[in-house]
Design a protein around this ligand. Structure first.
Ligand code: DQA
Length: 153
């Protein structure tokens, strides 16, 4: 059997704009900076990092299917997922996570509950193992750590 060694970090639409998009809300770290902090955390835990961003819902669904199959094959432990605005709209992403039984920790950099009411509902939370909201980009690090702890139980 192949040892479990990987963790996915998936990012949805507009997260490629991190660093320049509303820095008062999302901070000044860029997406490559976030990838670097995720890589540091994964490496610390002995995990390989598979890091992706897409502005396209179908691409995110394909990665969820891939990650779900790789969890079932014992190759990865799950996915940290910041679905961006698809959080509030996408039944298809909800169904992809539910259908693959992929262990997901949902992350939002901003505290969506302090923002517009349309950001208060998540289609992802009911199928996520947990959520980390409003702790900035540090939430990614915490989510990797949480998935790792879950994988040990
Ligand atoms: C976000 C919150 C969403 O409401 C928003 O559409 C984003 C980013 C966050 O990380 O805080 O694109 O997911």
């Amino acid at each position: 059997m192949i040892p479990v060694t990987g963790v996915y970090v998936l990012n949805g639409p507009n997260l490629n704009l991190l660093g320049t998009r509303r820095p008062e809300v999302y901070g000044t770290m860029t997406l490559p900076d976030v990838e670097e902090l995720c890589r540091e955390e994964a490496t610390r835990l002995g995990l390989d990092l598979i890091f992706h961003q897409s502005n396209h819902e179908g691409r995110l669904i394909d990665w969820i299917h891939e990650a779900g199959a790789r969890v079932k094959a014992g190759e990865v432990i799950g996915a940290v997922f910041n679905p961006g605005a698809y959080t509030h709209t996408s039944i298809a992403l909800h169904d992809a996570i539910e259908g693959t039984e992929l262990p997901v920790v949902e992350v939002h950099i901003s505290n969506v509950h302090r923002r517009e009411s349309f950001r208060h509902h998540s289609y992802i939370s009911p199928v996520a193992r947990g959520t980390i909201v409003g702790l900035g980009t540090d939430g990614y690090r915490l989510a990797i750590d949480a998935l790792h702890r879950m994988s040990l139980t």
